[in-house]
Design a protein around this ligand. Sequence first.
Ligand SMILES: Nc1ncnc2c1ncn2[C@@H]1O[C@H](COP(=O)(O)OP(=O)(O)O)[C@@H](O)[C@H]1O
Ligand SMILES: [Mg+2]
Length: 243
Amino acid sequence: MRVLEVVDVHKEFGGIKALNGVSFEVNKGEVFFLVGANGAGKSTLLNVITNFYSPSKGFVKINGAKTSGLPPYDKRLRGIRRSFQIPQLWLKITVLENLLVPCFAKENLDEKQAYELAIETLKEFNLENIAHKKANTLSGGQAKLVDTLRALIGDPLLVVLDEPFAGVSPALTQKLLLKIKQKSSSGTTFLIVTHVFSSVLQIADKIGVMDQGRLIAQGEPEKVLKEKNVIEAFMGVIHESTN
Ligand SMILES: Nc1ncnc2c1ncn2[C@@H]1O[C@H](COP(=O)(O)OP(=O)(O)O)[C@@H](O)[C@H]1O
Ligand SMILES: [Mg+2]
């Protein structure tokens, strides 16, 4: 079953064509990784999918219903979660409270169950010691992880993550990968932008490669990674991520 359909999406900013006719689909429970050089249009695509931007042309369907044009807080978008390339936590409340918001808003949990789930999630990622800290006191890496966990917690339909492993230790990256794999096995669908290739190879069902606003290749990793134009695009990414 298709959870996400992106149909001929364009996005222009003034004269810049950030997205230039992007189409792809992600089925229920799949993990789809999106890779490509800086400026390729990856974050813009995530912003269109999560309704932070409206497409200039084309549309997005989630679970078969057109979602483009709805505001990001529309209740028809419940179950769609995202993280941000630059973490966007609610800064004046605690880390625990940041995780409780999606539990209260979108899951059928009572207060005690929500609290237990949030604490449990923090413990899993060795963050219980910062549970009661205000989000504006966190380090960059901590904020990144909490932003990702806020998108993952509970049983979301679709989770869209923008560079979730950037600034996160290899050990915690492994834990995140395991968590993503587990959640996808129980039916959550993932779209993940990353530069961390070991993560792509470990858990990707499919990958899409973006270059200058277009998806230049998509499909199973083994197949896509052999394509010549992809190898060239990847060389740029590998160069950037080692700088
Ligand atoms: N809000 C915006 N206003 C103007 N230009 C933007 C905006 N967001 C992105 N862009 C431009 O769109 C292009 C794609 O950017 P982005 O989606 O952030 O790429 P990526 O995430 O792949 O690095 C870039 O040229 C960027 O400068
Ligand atoms: Mg980006």
